[in-house]
Design a protein around this ligand. Structure first.
Ligand code: B12
Ligand code: SF4
Length: 473
């Protein structure tokens, strides 16, 4: 069968999920094609004659793909399938016109099963993980058990996605060493995944050998200068981290970045990360107020845990990118200022402030609805890191948290600027917002040693702006 994966653009990070799906389907003899909307000609897709049009969607980009699907579906007699985080948490997506199937959860076996049933002209309406509509009714099937031996999956199909010389020249490559996270933070997809997949281990680790073998394969084909591990929590399992970092240090040694959970950082972890050449650690501070972390975000860790983790990382010369959420329901501006203060104490290389977007079916979504700050019909307005809050806060509060978000990176780096905060509130917002975006883009690109020269940094900032205008991450 012919399967087309439709993706908007590959800029900073390629979609590992669909590259895994593509590899998995190819292994069973299916023909896969990646169609990159902004660079490929629709004629090529027409020539490919897909049987399936596949989309991976998050809450912040699903509207785009729903609309895009409407425009191209009529060119083919193909089935349109949606999967990824938004499809998993908002299977009601099936009610949108022109969508034939929505996949919840991990998709390798689910997609292969559906494609096989369609090929053999078998009934597919009871296929596990899938949501369909038939005769005006929604059919929602249960999810199959998760694959525990994830080393058995073929390596992601980068060939199909990185097909132009421009893309192949990319020096940053993405890998994932584990799947799942056992924590239950109220704003994150994991507590829901842990419910969908309650029976059986949800967190699975690849063998370190399997990971470094994949990296070697990619290095043979592409100029890998920086690696991003997109594992939810890279330091979840100490034994695994020790083994992986030792092997990585010996065999790979390329600078990498990863996501770290503060309460799991100790001196040994810091040392392993440094020795294996971890250049950047994304550290979720999220809120600087212990009550908010515990009661609203369900992240029961102390300020001490967070400060300790930062000290360990700073001592080991690992650049910290601190991730924070502002404008949280049930909190005050003073709670957000606690977040600013804790960030200042942690001395991150870059502090990112984001306004809470209550993604559907998370606990923080329910809490926002309960406080009458959010309404279901607003789901399609939710956005990403740079989007304004969609919670109906009092306008004065909203203005203050929005300006705080705009200037967050600056205020953490130059705390004395906070004295001028009342002045910032009356300045035209566009000025502050654009300066802050440029600074954000500059820091982001400086993080990666591959963007070293001033020319490249300037180009990076321009690209960042263009990307953002198009709404691509
Ligand atoms: C790496 C990453 C990114 C990267 C790259 C994203 C990408 N395209 O892969 C970057 C930095 C660009 C990014 C950006 C953002 N991200 Co992000 N990101 C991740 C992260 C940490 C890993 C993704 C990954 O590689 N997963 C591993 C692969 C194997 O899993 P997968 O992608 O889910 O794919 C599997 C299934 O979903 C399914 N599947 C996926 N697509 C399809 C399609 C079909 C047809 C089928 C059948 C199945 C299927 O099968 C795949 C294989 O099993 C996830 C967390 C996570 N663990 O998933 C968050 C996550 C996806 N991101 C999230 C968010 C919120 C964002 C941002 C909004 C962040 C921000 N604040 O700006 C932006 C928005 C991006 C956008 N354009 O919409 C949320 C999404 C929640 C939601 N409801 O939408 C997640 C789930 C994290 C969270 N906290 O909950 N992100
Ligand atoms: S620790 Fe990170 S990945 Fe795990 S549940 Fe919390 S936010 Fe999600």
């Amino acid at each position: 069968m012919k399967i087309a994966f439709i993706y908007r653009d590959i800029t900073f990070q390629a979609p590992l999920g669909v590259m895994y799906l593509s590899a998995f389907l190819k292994r069973s003899g299916h023909d896969c094609y990646s169609f990159l909307i902004e660079q490929d000609a629709v004629d090529d897709l027409v020539k490919f004659k897909p049987d399936f049009l596949c989309y991976t969607v998050t809450t912040s980009n699903y509207k785009f793909y729903v609309e895009y699907n409407k425009t191209i579906k009529r060119l083919f007699g193909a089935m349109s399938l949606f999967g990824g985080p938004h499809a998993t948490f908002f299977p009601e997506l099936i009610m949108e016109p022109d969508i034939d199937g929505v996949c919840m959860g991990e998709g390798e076996e689910a997609l292969l099963d559906l494609v096989t049933r369609v090929e053999k002209k078998e009934d597919y309406l009871n296929a596990p993980n899938w949501v369909f509509k038939a005769d005006g009714k929604v059919i929602k099937n249960r999810c199959r058990k998760l694959e525990t031996g994830i080393d058995s999956y073929p390596f992601p199909d980068r060939m199909t996605f990185f097909k132009t010389p421009r893309l192949r020249r990319s020096s940053i490559w993405v890998f994932i060493g584990s799947r799942g996270c056992p924590y239950q933070c109220s704003y994150c997809h994991n507590h829901l995944m842990n419910t969908i997949y309650a029976d059986g281990p949800r967190v699975r680790f690849r063998a370190p050998e399997n990971i470094t073998r994949e990296i070697h394969e990619v290095r043979r084909e592409y100029p890998v200068k920086q690696i991003i591990f997109t594992d939810d929590t890279f330091n979840l399992n100490k034994k695994w981290l020790e083994e992986l970092s030792a092997r990585y240090a010996k065999e790979v040694g390329i600078p990498y970045s990863c996501y770290i959970r503060a309460n799991l950082v100790d001196d040994e972890v810091g040392e392993w990360l440094r020795r294996s050449n971890c250049a950047v650690a994304y550290l979720g501070i999220e809120s600087g107020n212990e009550r908010v972390r515990k009661e609203v975000l369900n992240r029961p860790m102390s300020d001490r845990d967070i400060i300790n983790a930062s000290c360990v990382l700073n001592r080991n010369k690992i650049k910290i990118v601190a991730l924070n959420i502002l404008g949280i329901p049930g909190t005050t501006f003073s709670d957000d200022l606690d977040t600013l203060k804790l960030n200042i104490r942690c001395r991150p290389y870059q502090a990112v402030g984001q306004l809470l977007q209550p993604y559907p079916n998370t606990r923080i979504y329910d809490y926002s609805v309960q406080l009458n700050l959010f309404h279901e019909e607003d789901v399609s307005r939710l956005g990403d890191l740079l989007t304004d809050s969609k919670l109906s806060f009092d306008p004065g509060h909203l203005k203050k948290v929005t300006i705080l978000r705009d200037l967050f990176a600056f205020l953490v780096k130059f705390p004395f600027l906070f004295k001028f905060f009342p002045m910032f509130l009356v300045l035209p917002r566009a000025i502050l917002y654009n300066i802050s975006k440029a600074y954000y883009g500059y820091l982001k690109l400086r993080l990666f040693p591959v963007f070293s020269g001033p020319g490249q940094i300037l180009l990076g900032i321009v690209n960042f702006y263009n990307r953002e205008k198009k709404g691509v991450s």
